[in-house]
Write a protein that binds this ligand. Sequence first.
Ligand SMILES: [Zn+2]
Length: 139
Amino acid sequence: MPYSKPLIDHPTYNSKEWWAATQQHRLLYQRCRLCQTPVFPPRDACPGPDCLGFQANEWQESAGRGTIYSFTTVRQPMDPRFNDDVPYTLALIEMDEGFRMWSNITGTPVEDVRIGQRVAVAWDDVTDEVALPKFTVAG
Ligand SMILES: [Zn+2]
């Protein structure tokens, strides 16, 4: 059955390499070479408060492990294409490399998800060209 949920149409020049890496199940982020601040999502300017370096962000590969910083349980999707998925967990994950990213927690009932749980990336190959980094509770 073809994948029917939203997909990115046109990656920006900043996100093109990130999406390409996902096809190989590699989770990239950036780090500012001037002040070492981790940067995600990819962008031109460093968000470091005392830096604001421009185009100094370099690609790094994440080990794909982190901790649930916050989460919400989605019971009423904004888009009907997600109707069959509810309830599901949308989490803000603090990655071990120091950046945060939003993703889904899969494989754990929504009532068992907790802030502070360790998670690991679990790739979801949704099409031949797109793999999405979702997360499972680790250990
Ligand atoms: Zn910086």
